[in-house]
Design a protein around this ligand. Structure first.
Ligand SMILES: NC(=O)c1ccc[n+]([C@@H]2O[C@H](COP(=O)([O-])OP(=O)(O)OC[C@H]3O[C@@H](n4cnc5c(N)ncnc54)[C@H](OP(=O)(O)O)[C@@H]3O)[C@@H](O)[C@H]2O)c1
Length: 264
């Protein structure tokens, strides 16, 4: 299978990184309208195409990795060249439904995916769904591309916008959480050296404990929270500032935006 990446920005870069040693460089074709994006891979053996249609024409599987708002112009360019009529299509775009692809190109097999940035270090979570035209072998192939980048989950398309708030945008909330704890440590006079690492280790350790333990998050919270202790004070403050409600509202806003992007 030859793969064409249309758009070679951050997310395509993360996928390309995880495909090293999994797919031959010579089987990967890149096109990005921003020449510097492709120049980053000058030391690799990827094929650099002169246009999106040229990249798609040379591939069996076309990976759409541009922003959702750039998708209509890319569709128009590919439709005008009539080059995707016999391809397996894969999208990583937030909010863009499978129907947008079949409306543009006719009844083609389409896998819609939702990756996240920890994919950059092989620790991603990638949600996938497909239309009925993707057979099991093709779906297994696409899934294997993403298995190289982390863990994969298969969903109904109806849930793809919601999962963005859970696994794809959530790294940003976690980065903000880490930054907030780190900055409070500094503001309290702790030395900077090693502090950010210590915060990250606390977050990583906590997440690993949730995964390894047979206790619920509430039971684990109770384990840290002694009566009249320090954590109890902290949690009361978080409650006063509506921490959990804030997260929920943020996630609903994220899902609404994904729906808007899909309608654009
Ligand atoms: N970032 C995340 O955490 C994340 C998570 C999950 C899914 N996604 C999805 O991943 C996709 C890519 O996001 P990204 O963060 O990698 O974006 P990005 O860094 O902006 O990369 C997209 C690249 O595609 C280029 N491009 C735009 N229109 C094009 C066209 N018609 N033909 C060829 N190249 C074109 C852009 O060039 P210009 O800069 O000139 O526009 C840019 O270099 C998006 O659809 C996003 O929804 C992102």
């Amino acid at each position: 299978m030859k793969l064409a990446f249309l758009g070679v920005g951050n997310m395509a870069g993360a996928i390309l990184g995880s495909l090293r040693g999994v797919v031959d460089d010579a089987d990967i074709i890149l096109f990005d309208r921003f020449p510097e994006a492709m120049a980053r891979y000058a030391d690799r053996g990827y094929v650099r195409a002169v246009s999106a249609p040229a990249a798609a024409a040379a591939a069996d599987c076309v990976i759409f990795a541009v922003k959702p708002q750039n998708m209509p112009e890319l569709f128009n360019e590919l439709k005008a060249a009539d080059v995707v009529h016999d391809k397996l299509l894969v999208s990583i775009a937030a909010g863009v439904p499978i129907r947008a692809f079949t409306d543009a190109f006719g009844p083609l097999p389409v896998v819609r995916t939702m990756p996240n940035t920890p994919m950059l270090i092989g620790e991603g979570v990638i949600a996938l769904c497909r239309n009925a035209l993707v057979d099991d072998a093709a779906f297994a192939f696409v899934r294997s591309l993403f298995d190289a980048a982390g863990s994969t989950i298969v969903l109904d398309e109806a849930d793809m916008n919601k999962i963005i708030s859970v696994t794809s945008s959530s790294p940003a909330y976690v980065f903000l959480f880490i930054k907030s704890i780190y900055e409070s440590g500094l503001a309290q006079g702790l030395a900077d050296e090693g502090l950010l690492d210590a915060v990250c280790d606390a977050v990583i350790g906590s997440a690993k404990l949730v995964k390894a333990s047979d206790k619920t998050p509430d039971e684990l919270i109770a384990m840290v929270t002694s009566k009249k202790g320090t954590t109890e004070q902290a949690l009361m403050k978080l409650d006063e500032y509506k921490f959990a409600e804030g997260i929920h509202e943020a996630m609903l806003a994220c899902t609404r935006r994904a729906e808007e992007l899909g309608r654009a």
